[in-house]
Design a protein around this ligand. Structure first.
Ligand code: COA
Length: 621
């Protein structure tokens, strides 16, 4: 929007905002998408070293620095020169590095996000805005990606509006502020006392430490960190009872799809993921790898893979994919409402290994065999899918072979979705999508996106992967060949609105999770009734005819073979970029520079004439 138009519409002038952040994580991506949509000129610098930050400020000359995710203070020279707004995941007055961890572990009913100005005292500056939310019994990473992100989006926009008003004076929290300074939450306070902690306490402790640093404990006698805990609604079915609880507490009882069931004083909990050993931080781990240590001890993995000793446990198989009334942990579940079948798949971090792809393909075939009309693939609440499971690949004896197996399983799933002519299919994105997951969703007939979802439909950040999931078949009809090239080359996140505006996805629905699901169910029921308006039967027939015509023009097998030929080069070829990028991603190697597509201030014209951050649709071809 031009400066004249902004003035005419009484829109505050666009600002130059520098994101200073430890990484471009989901929260930073969401705020970036919000502020770009508001017409601001944005650039990103990773917090690597004080002189680098100072240089970024000198190059970009921002009106404001925004710090969505920092692990250390803003350099003094920077906050003294430019107003710096820190996004703190805590209520007003709360300070310290373990804000959410304490809130979860201590069972806070309400929590919040505060946007405060950087000063000498960490998290101690005056407050520009804050937003509250009700706590949910969920993992820290889940709260962070949902409630914290939504609250931060509201609070940051309010803080910026107040900053632009020129009249707002930020308020320093007084002694009556609801929060207080809390120290780092240490493993000693996180420790589970299996003889005394009931399931609720065990869940709270593991959830407060998810996805980092996990809770140090043992599984099958092996020291490890625990992540990804879920309640078991019927522990008696797995050997726990009121008489044996003292013997059973802390003992592994059963396994299911990589997770391990552990008894507690009053029941049992599923542990989905673990990291073997009592080792230290990823940085130190990277150094250990140089010395030839076992990479598997440095990765968060499905519990039975991290602790193979657990494979001796009895398999607690599920009778079917149906979601049953007794709640037990299951990563894939199916339920029906009238003519619509809903397929839930909640894979940790949205990462999909061959086993998950195969089971999801089976579940899809099951759903397609039901006397319904529409299948809705709901994914999980935080992620719909982030593509192939990179940790599993890194842990394999041959990462190249494991990559090949993973992408083939993913393509089998995409193909099953594409060739499902018995039903209309909908990918309903409650949570974010990345890389192959973003294209897998496109294999459904419709893609409906929750407002607030961030999509990263590109593979390039993972060592220039070519990508598969039939993107070469799926994209051109919707966005044109040039649009497809631009989507793949665009390495920035897309908001739900941008993804729909450029034709990649089909509709943006409500932003609230519960309202989204209601909206999806209503629209899916309409689709089952009316199809495109000509009735369901006509819509299904048109779909089958389209597929047959496409197949005659060029078989899916040909698209797949062409894409996989490129992927084979990525996995087995001379260029090791993908293996190097994957290693750095899974071991969380600290950044040593900010990628150029983010650090726009390092473009030659940055100090003077950078345009507002363009929406994807406005990018030059
Ligand atoms: N495999 C394994 N783990 C994955 C993953 C994948 N494909 N994608 C994300 N994760 C994990 C991250 O390691 C992180 O783990 P943590 O629990 O230890 O923190 C967690 O999921 C969240 O990821 P993060 O990067 O913090 O989330 P984000 O929302 O900020 O970013 C993406 C989302 C998609 C941009 C980013 O996760 C990404 O680039 N993932 C890799 C996608 C990919 O290249 N897939 C392979 C090609 S198909």
């Amino acid at each position: 929007m031009s400066a004249v138009l902004r003035h005419f519409l009484s829109v505050p002038p666009s600002m130059r905002i520098l994101f200073l952040t430890h990484s471009f994580n989901s929260l930073a991506q969401r705020l970036y998408a919000d502020l770009a949509a508001d017409g601001h000129t944005l650039s990103v610098e990773f917090d690597i070293a004080d002189p680098v930050t100072e240089e970024a400020v000198a190059l970009f000359r921002p009106d404001l620095v925004l710090a969505p995710f920092l692990k250390r203070p803003v350099p003094v020279a920077v906050w003294q020169a430019v107003p710096c707004l820190i996004v703190h995941p805590g209520i007003v007055g709360d300070r310290g590095p373990s804000a959410l961890d304490w809130a979860i572990q201590e069972g806070a009913e309400e929590w919040g996000v505060t946007v405060l100005q950087a000063e000498a005292a960490l998290d101690g500056g005056p407050v520009w805005a804050s937003a509250a939310f009700a706590m949910r019994p969920a993992a820290k990473s889940s709260l962070y990606r949902r409630e914290v992100t939504e609250a931060a989006s509201r609070a940051v926009r309010q803080a910026i509006a107040r900053f632009q008003s020129g009249s707002f004076v930020p308020v320093r929290p007084g002694n009556d502020a609801p929060g207080r300074e809390r120290p780092l939450l240490r493993q000693a306070e996180r420790a589970i006392d299996w003889q005394h902690d009931g399931s609720a306490a065990v869940l709270a402790k593991i959830r407060a430490a998810d996805g980092f640093p996990g809770v140090m404990s043992e599984l099958c006698g092996v020291p490890c960190r625990l992540f990804d805990a879920h309640p078991e609604g019927d522990p008696a079915a797995y050997g726990w009872n009121a008489n044996n609880h003292a013997d059973v507490a802390g003992r592994a009882l059963a396994r299911r799809h990589g997770a391990v069931l552990v008894g507690t004083r009053d029941g049992a909990v599923w542990i989905g993921h673990a990291r073997r050993g009592a080792g230290g931080l990823p940085c130190a781990q990277a150094a250990e790898r140089e010395e030839g240590g076992d990479i598997r001890e440095r990765l968060k993995l499905p519990a039975t893979l991290a602790i193979p000793e657990a494979l001796a446990l009895p398999e607690a198989s599920l009778p079917s994919v149906w979601k049953v009334a007794t709640p037990t942990w299951q990563d894939i579940a199916y339920e029906e409402a009238g003519a619509v079948g809903f397929l839930h798949f909640d894979f940790y971090n949205g990462a999909m290994g061959p086993d998950q792809c195969r089971r999801l393909t089976e579940a899809l075939r099951f759903a397609a065999g039901r006397p319904t009309r529409v299948i809705v693939l709901l994914g999980g609440a935080e992620f719909w899918s982030n593509g192939i499971h990179l940790n599993l690949i890194e842990a394999a004896d041959s990462p190249a072979d494991a990559s090949w197996a993973a992408i083939n399983a993913m393509d089998d799933l995409a193909e099953a979705l594409l060739t499902c002519t018995s039903h209309l299919t909908v990918a309903a994105l409650q949570g974010n999508v990345g890389a192959g997951g973003a294209f897998l969703a496109r294999a459904a007939d419709r893609v409906w996106v929750r407002d607030g979802v961030i999509a990263n439909p590109h593979y390039k950040n993972m060592g220039n992967l070519y990508g598969s999931e039939f993107w070469t078949y799926l994209l051109p009809p919707r966005v044109g060949a040039e649009g497809a090239r631009r989507i793949l080359a665009h390495r920035l996140p897309m908001s739900a609105g941008e993804a729909v505006a450029c034709g990649f996805y089909d509709a943006v629905l409500a932003g609230d999770h519960a309202a989204f699901r209601v909206d999806v169910a209503r629209r899916a029921a309409e689709l089952a009734e009316n199809g495109e308006g000509d009735g369901y039967v006509a819509a299904l027939a048109a779909k089958a005819a389209r597929r047959a015509a496409d197949e005659a023009a060029k078989p899916l097998a040909a698209y797949r073979a062409e894409e996989l030929a490129e992927m084979r080069r990525n996995f087995y070829g001379f260029d090791p970029s993908y293996h190097v990028a994957r290693y750095h991603f899974v071991t969380k190697t600290p950044h040593s520079w900010t990628p150029r597509h983010l650090a726009r201030h390092r473009e030659p014209e940055a100090a003077t004439s950078l345009p507002a951050s363009p929406a994807f649709s406005e990018l030059p071809a």
